[in-house]
Design a protein around this ligand. Structure first.
Ligand SMILES: NC(=O)c1ccc[n+]([C@@H]2O[C@H](COP(=O)([O-])OP(=O)(O)OC[C@H]3O[C@@H](n4cnc5c(N)ncnc54)[C@H](O)[C@@H]3O)[C@@H](O)[C@H]2O)c1
Length: 339
C-alpha cells in the first residue's frame, strides 16, 4: 500500500514509517519539523494547522503522491502544554479537519491517533473498554482536542462514508523519544534525570497508575490496523492499543534506576492540572479484531528504552544538560548547562 503518515517526524510516526517500509509499503510523511532520527523515507515539511481550502490531491494546494490510506498522527501531543496554551488544542482539531477533508475528497480511509485521555481520569472501572468514554469527564484541553477529533471522524463516516479506524494509545515509550527540548515525556525525562543523579518528581504520587506501551507493540497494532482497513477487513472501529496492565510511575522509576544502577531520589507531588492518574486498558477488542497481542511488559520494555537512550546519548553528549520544571507547561531544557 501507499501510506501517507502525518506527524512522521514524531516518535510513533518515525517508528511506524520505518516499520511500514520494512513490510514493503510505500510511505510518504508530512510534518512541520525535520525528522531528527532518519532520512530513510520521503516526507514533506508542511504545517497542517493552517485554515486551508481542501484540494483533491493534498492539503493547502500541495499535491501529495498517490495514496491508498492516511495515518493521521500529527498533533500537539503534550497534555500540560495544551492546558497552558489551549490554542494548540484548537490547532489539533484544525489539523484533523484538514486531513479529513483531504481524505473525503480523495476517498481515502483514515487511521486516527486518539488517546486514553478521552476517558478522563478514570477511577470508576478496573479496566477501561472502548464503550466507557463519557465526555462529562473531559480532563484537559488536550482531551478535548482528541474527543473533537474522534467526533469529526465519526461524523465524516456517517455523512460521507469515510472508512476509519480510531486507535486510543496510552503512554507509548521507547525508541525515538528523546527530544527533551521539544517534548518532555516522563520516561525519557526520568532516564535523563536518574542517569545524571538528579532528583525526580512523581506528579500524582505513589498510587499513580498508567498503562505503559512499548512502541513496537503500538506500531505492530497500527500496522495490523492499516492492513486490515486497507483490505476492508476491519472498518469503522475504535480500539484501545496499550499493554493492558497498570504500573505505578514509581515502579517505572525504580525499573529505570535498576537499569542505570542508581537509586532514584523521588519526590511525590500532587498531579498537574488535567492529568490522568489511573488508567488500565481493556485490550480485548484489539485482540479480537486485529489478532494483536502486546509482547513487551514494562520490565522488558524499560531496559530496551534505557539501552536506546544510552546509545543515543553517547552519540549526542551535548544533550546531557539539565531539564527544569516550568510551572506553566511542565518541563523545559535549560539552554546551557551551567555545571
Ligand atoms: N506517545 C503517546 O504516548 C501517545 C499517547 C496517546 C496519543 N498519542 C497521539 O499519537 C500521535 C503521535 O504521537 P507521538 O507520540 O508520535 O507525538 P510526537 O509529538 O512525537 O509527534 C507528533 C508530530 O506531529 C507534528 N506536528 C505537530 N503539529 C503539526 C502541524 N501543525 N503540522 C504538521 N505536523 C505537526 C510534530 O512536529 C510531531 O513530529 C499524536 O496524535 C498523539 O496525540 C500519543
Amino acid at each position: 500500500m501507499r501510506v501517507l503518515v502525518t506527524g512522521s517526524s514524531g516518535q510513533i510516526g518515525t517508528n511506524l514509517a520505518l516499520r511500514l517500509q520494512a513490510e514493503g509499503h510505500d510511505v510518504f510523511g508530512v510534518d512541520k519539523r525535520l525528522n531528527p532520527w532518519t532520512d530513510a523515507f520521503p516526507y514533506l515539511l508542511q504545517d497542517l494547522a493552517g485554515h486551508y481550502p481542501a484540494t483533491p490531491g493534498g492539503i493547502g494546494g500541495v499535491e501529495y503522491p498517490e495514496t491508498d490510506l492516511v495515518v493521521h498522527l500529527a498533533a500537539h501531543a503534550k497534555v500540560h502544554q495544551l492546558v497552558a496554551e489551549p490554542h494548540r488544542a484548537l490547532e489539533n482539531v484544525v489539523m484533523t479537519f484538514n486531513v479529513l477533508e483531504y481524505a473525503r475528497r480523495a476517498r481515502l480511509p483514515v487511521v486516527y491517533a486518539s488517546s486514553r485521555e478521552v476517558y478522563g481520569d478514570i477511577h470508576r472501572f478496573e479496566e477501561v473498554d472502548e464503550s466507557t468514554a463519557d465526555f462529562a469527564f473531559t480532563e484537559s484541553t488536550y482531551s478535548a482536542s482528541k474527543i473533537s477529533g474522534e467526533a469529526f471522524v465519526y461524523a465524516y463516516a456517517r455523512c460521507y462514508d469515510l472508512r476509519y479506524l480510531v486507535f486510543r494509545f496510552s503512554n507509548v515509550y521507547g525508541r525515538y523519544d528523546n527530544d527533551l527540548h521539544r517534548m518532555v515525556r516522563v520516561i525519557p525525562l526520568f532516564i535523563h534525570q536518574i542517569g545524571r543523579g538528579e532528583p525526580i518528581t512523581v506528579f500524582g504520587g505513589r498510587e499513580k497508575t498508567l498503562d505503559f506501551t512499548y512502541v513496537d507493540d503500538c506500531v505492530e497494532g497500527i500496522v495490523r490496523g492499516v492492513e486490515a482497513l486497507g483490505a476492508g477487513r476491519v472498518v469503522d472501529e475504535t480500539v484501545n492499543l496499550a499493554y493492558g496492565q497498570g504500573n505505578t510511575l514509581v515502579r517505572v522509576a525504580e525499573l529505570i534506576g535498576a537499569e542505570l544502577g542508581a537509586e532514584p531520589q523521588m519526590t511525590l507531588a500532587p498531579s498537574l492540572l488535567g492529568e490522568v492518574t489511573r488508567y488500565v486498558a481493556d485490550i480485548g477488542r484489539a485482540r479480537d479484531l486485529l489478532d494483536w497481542r502486546p509482547a513487551t511488559p514494562v520490565d522488558e520494555g524499560i531496559p530496551k528504552a534505557v539501552a536506546w537512550f544510552r546509545e543515543h546519548r553517547a552519540a549526542h553528549p551535548d544533550e546531557n544538560r539539565p531539564v527544569v520544571a516550568d510551572t506553566s507547561v511542565g518541563w523545559k531544557t535549560l539552554a546551557a548547562d551551567p555545571s
